[in-house]
Structures are given as C-alpha cells and as structure tokens.
Design a protein around this ligand. Structure first.
Ligand code: SAM
Ligand code: FES
Length: 347
C-alpha cells in the first residue's frame, strides 16, 4: 500500500498495521500531508463543526520530584526558580477564568508532594462548588489508584497523563531509572477504569524517537482509545541533558494531528502552546490539521515564566484576558469559533 492508500484505510477502518504507521511517518511528503489534512478536517467538522473548545490552563506548581530528562522543571535543574500557587491563588484563577467564559479548568503541575490527596480533594471540591457548570481536568502526573479514586469522588472530571512514548526502551532513554513505563501505562488504564475522561500523548521529535516508536504511539492511541490526546513538538531546554537536541517540527506535528484525528474522529485534540512556540501560526496550523482544542493560560503573570518546560514558551507576558482575546481572533481568522462550553467528547 502507498501512503494515500494507508490514509484511505485509516479513514475507513480507523486502524492500521504497525508497519503501515511506520511507513506513513517515514514517507511523509507535502502531497500525503495535504491529503491526510483534508480528510482529518472533514472528520473533525463532521463531529464538532467549526467549534473549538477552550480550556483554561492553571500551572499550579513547578516543584517536581521527578527528573524526566527532557523537562525544564526536572528536580535536577537547580537554575529553575520554584513556585507553588496557594489555594486562594488557584481559586482566583478559576474566578477570573469563569468571568472570561471558560467552562473547563486544567490544573497542571510537577509532581509536588504538597498536593496530597487531602489538599487536592479539598481544592477540587471547592472549585466544583464555586463553578458548578465547569469541568475540572487534572494533569499532575502519576498517583496511586486510591488517589485517583478520591480525586474523582471530589469531582475531577478528566485527567491528562501523556504516555510520552509507547516503546519501553524509548521510555527508559527519556526518564531516570526510578520511573517506569509499566506504571505510566497502568496509571492511564486506572484512570479510564475509574471513569475519568482520560488523555494520553507524546512529544513529536523527542530524542531517540524513530518511525517505529511513533508507530507504537499511534497503535497505542488506536487501542487505548483516549478521550483526549496532547501532542506537541519537543523543544529543548538549556538546563537539561537534552539541551543540544533539535526541536520537533511543525510539519510532523501537524501530520500526526491529522493521523490521530483519522484514527479517532471524535477525540479532543489540542493545538498546544509548544506548537505555537515553534511557529507563530503553529496553533492555527494545528487546528487546520485536525485539532479542536486550545488551552489559553490562566496562571498568574508572576509565575508564567517559571513554568518553563522548554525554552521560548509563548504567552508568558500576557494577561489571561489577552490570551483569550488573542486566541479568539486567531481562530476567527481561520474560520473557527471558540465556544463557551465544557467541551466534553461527543460519543
Ligand atoms: N507532571 C505532570 C506529568 O508528568 O504528566 C504534568 C506536567 S508535565 C511538565 C506536562 C508535559 O509537558 C509532559 O507530559 C511532557 O510531554 C511535556 N514536556 C515536558 N518537557 C517538554 C519539552 N522540553 N518540550 C515539549 N514538551 C515538554
Ligand atoms: Fe496567549 Fe496569544 S494566546 S498571547
């Protein structure tokens, strides 16, 4: 089968062989990317029309016990100025978010021990009490089953935990010994079992990534069938062991967004900040490749720069309201509309 035939097959069957996925990513060219893009956009429009969902992102802490080799907030990075938002600060971000029309808040952060089950449950309950129509998404890394269960009971609706790579050997090249691929995947399965809307994802162009590891990522998405999938380019951070690596490309990220949309037409797929960082029109191009979610930053201005996973991150100097207006305009310019909606997956 050639690339066009594999795209046709994906559109029809929503699955492909590992070797076909690997073939696609090794043989990407302008024509195939455009062919996949058109089909992906058509699939997205059939499910979501021209609506784009917005999630208000609150970066609650950059303190992390982990040491992922690619990440700017890894514990070994002594140059990182650490911060942790207080409960009143987080609640104030949600307040501002609701005022701006957001119906989903994403609480993201490093694996910071301060956020125990007790502290987080209390926080999630308070957010849900104050903003009853809103969805709460957590993106706080690996926790125990009991913890995920408690947080679900407290009212959390969704959980984002990128699988990072579906290849064990690759996972081990990106993470220190104490982190395990098996546990990462187990966490994702647990989240799904507990009834969360679960999201996985990976970095495009991560060090040591190959067409074979990418093929496994696509297979994993096909089989795990997540509700959400966060993919964005890897971007080096100067104070990490991968400082000298090159960033993932716009072309490959957009192509993979299209392929993922074809595998799962109803998936919630963000055009990430990282994509907007590698190209001034990256987020627009992500939407035009099949993404349907944007995540404007609601974090207080004082901490934006400190949550630096990679260098050059955009939106660190803009107020929440500015980011919202900016994204609305950007979406409007390409014929889409941001809706004030919880933005649940259409099943
Ligand atoms: N601690 C939580 C976790 O591990 O899921 C959430 C925060 S973590 C910083 C969020 C995501 O940022 C990671 O899953 C990773 O894919 C992404 N990330 C980290 N370093 C990055 C880099 N240098 N370039 C692009 N994305 C990066
Ligand atoms: Fe933040 Fe454009 S989205 S300034």
């Amino acid at each position: 089968m050639n690339g066009f035939e594999i795209i046709d097959k994906l559109e029809r069957l929503k699955k492909a062989e590992l070797s076909e996925y690997a073939f696609l990513v090794s043989n990407i060219n302008e024509e195939i990317a455009e062919y996949a893009r058109e089909k992906a956009v058509a699939a997205q429009k059939r499910v979501y029309g021209n609506k784009i969902f917005a999630r208000g992102l609150i970066e609650i802490s950059n303190i992390c016990k982990n040491d992922c080799l690619y990440c700017g907030i890894r514990r070994s990075n002594k140059a990182c100025e650490r911060y942790r938002l207080t409960e009143p600060e987080i609640l104030a971000c949600c307040e501002e978010g609701e005022r701006l029309g957001f119906k989903t808040f994403v609480l993201q952060g490093g694996e910071d021990g301060f956020f125990s089950d007790e502290v987080l449950s209390k926080l999630v309950k308070e957010i849900k009490k104050r903003h009853s129509g809103c969805a709460v998404t957590l993106s706080l890394g690996e926790r125990s089953r009991e913890s995920y269960e408690l947080l679900k009971k407290a009212g959390a609706d969704r959980y984002l935990l990128r699988h990072e790579t579906a290849d064990k050997a690759h996972y081990e090249k990106l993470h220190p010994k104490e982190m395990s691929f098996k546990n990462r995947i187990k966490c994702l399965e647990t989240l799904k079992e507990l009834g969360y809307q679960a999201g996985c994802g990976f970095m495009v162009g991560a060090p040591y990534q190959t067409p074979e590891t990418l093929a496994k990522d696509l297979k994993f998405i096909e089989e795990f069938s997540p509700d959400m999938c966060g993919i964005g380019p890897f971007i080096p951070h100067k104070d990490t062991p991968f400082a000298d690596r090159s960033a993932g490309t716009l072309k490959m990220t957009c192509f993979l967004l299209s392929v993922i949309r074809l595998i799962k037409p109803n998936i919630l797929l963000p055009a990430t900040t990282a994509l907007g960082t590698i190209h001034p029109k990256g987020r627009e191009m992500g939407i035009l490749a099949g993404a349907n979610v944007v995540m404007p930053n609601l974090s207080p201005l004082s901490v934006r720069k400190k949550y630096e996973l990679y260098n050059g991150k955009i939106c660190t100097g803009e107020e929440s309201a500015e980011c919202k207006i900016c994204l609305e305009k950007r979406m409007e310019q390409i014929g889409y509309e941001i809706v004030a909606d919880r933005g649940d997956i259409v099943k």
